[in-house]
Design a protein around this ligand. Sequence first.
Ligand SMILES: NC(=O)c1ccc[n+]([C@@H]2O[C@H](COP(=O)([O-])OP(=O)(O)OC[C@H]3O[C@@H](n4cnc5c(N)ncnc54)[C@H](O)[C@@H]3O)[C@@H](O)[C@H]2O)c1
Length: 577
Amino acid sequence: MLRDMLAPSQAAPESRADQSSPRDRPGEPRAAVAEGRSIVLVGLMGAGKSAIGRRLAARLGLPFVDSDAEIERAAGMSIREIFDRFGESAFRAGERRVIARLLAGPQIVLATGGGAFMDPETRALVRARGRSVWLKVDLPILVRRVSGRNDRPLLAGGDPASVLADLAQKRDPVYAEADVIVSCRDEAPEQTTNRVLHALLAYRPPRRVRVPLADRAYDVIIGAGIAARAGAHLAPVLPSRRVVLVADETVWRLHGEKVEAGLAETGFSGRALLVPPGEGAKCFAAFQDLIERMLAGGIDRRTGVIAFGGGVIGDLAGFAAAVALRGLPFAQVPTTLLAQVDSSVGGKTGINTAHGKNLVGAFHQPRAVLCDTALLATLPVRELRAGYAEVAKYGLIDDEPFFAWCEANGPAVVAGEAEALAEAVARSVAAKARVVAADEREEVAEGGRALLNLGHTFAHAFEAETGYDGAVLLHGEAVALGIALAFRFSARLGLCEEKDALRVASHFAAVGLPVRLSDTGRRWDAERLVARMRRDKKATGGTLTFVLARGVGQAFVARDVAEDDLRGFLREEGASA
Ligand SMILES: NC(=O)c1ccc[n+]([C@@H]2O[C@H](COP(=O)([O-])OP(=O)(O)OC[C@H]3O[C@@H](n4cnc5c(N)ncnc54)[C@H](O)[C@@H]3O)[C@@H](O)[C@H]2O)c1
């Protein structure tokens, strides 16, 4: 049986290693390359996977293994014979087992057969355990290299030029899922090896944060520049390569080409549906228009919806994905800090109504979220700062050390420094993922998702009073002010110490966020604010519900907050009677 022949080999590791053994060669610093993962070369026949792989292994002092040779050795027959006797699918199954075994062992450089990476399970294995490199070679060079060779079953009887062109058309979009792509010219193998090595050393794997929601679990992938590889990240999680890309006009003008090319690389096709920027797009009319355009363009149950923009686009496109054809697969590529650290994660989608914000919507989890921190470079600094309020919020809820990190690094985050931004996004997403995993639909009575509303009861009242006009007060600015008030209110009620409230306010002030009513440059009416808070959808049974704090990192849900206490507090804070 082919299955048995390709079963895990008992051979000593040396027997599968090429002559370029690590022992006689010090090699380049291995730890620096691929984080100790095996390097897996993929590409069409003739791309040079073995020639380059062997040289690369020698340079790194790693064993080299050619999966085809390993399969032939394990099966005791040539690939051609395996194809002839058992057929391609049996060969692929054996190949998958061999590659799984090799990747379970110590770090190697592995050259794979041209079809190996086409197998979804093999690709998933390589993604999980290896670092894949596509040796991308122009067709004429490949044709020249493979012409006259008769050891390739797929070439049997065909004209190499047309066989290769066919293969390239099918396979290139899948090879493009590789972590690293190296365009190989007609050059000496040493030169290509150099370029592969440099590309591997320069490669920074994106961070991944899992949102563990049983069969709806997904990854939030975070890194600078990852939108340009959107297709490679989304292909493994979307059921088809047909998508509808929903973007706001500003974001599309600035970054549309990048994400479009990133999707096309792995064969995604579809249309971009643009929406005017701003909160106004989260309304019934814009929602209906979007759905009609999606349907007019032709969608089916496997068509993916990708939200490309800030929280407005995520909420609008997510809601459209939740209800069109009773639910389409959905992914988010958030482009504001607020959307990256908050709204894109957790599955809340929806639109506003005349009765208030986010009152019509659905829970619809994305299949993946791609947070490209480089996209934030074009975000107006005021927007970046506003998004930062939600970052610090996670520390204030239940993670004092993270708030201390914010105190040390907040200024670098709002200055747009790459490392600080990436860290802030990753830690915030991890915090949100934890809360969402424990309370996906905001049903837990104590704690849970409701804690994410720290500062929000105040914030929503300010936003409602200003007509949700971002020119006056952005959501994140209202949240910063609301959080500062929530801590001072907590101190006034004797729940936390005065110094905690001071600590919170001085941090937000240090990054340029409002912390006093007077910082908004407006006058506020205490009675009107209380009335707004009474109408907030978080108010139940006529009592006021607030997220208050017993200290930094110790937020809790307080029900039965007395309106008189609140009124008195707001007056002390400078609201008019
Ligand atoms: N679903 C949730 O869990 C959740 C959580 C929090 C907030 N929200 C919602 O999110 C929305 C606010 O999101 P937002 O603050 O991202 O607003 P937004 O989507 O309106 O974006 C803010 C502005 O920035 C522009 N922009 C976006 N990305 C840019 C970029 N990279 N470069 C330059 N300009 C860019 C947009 O065109 C827009 O003008 C609100 O509707 C709120 O209700 C939802």
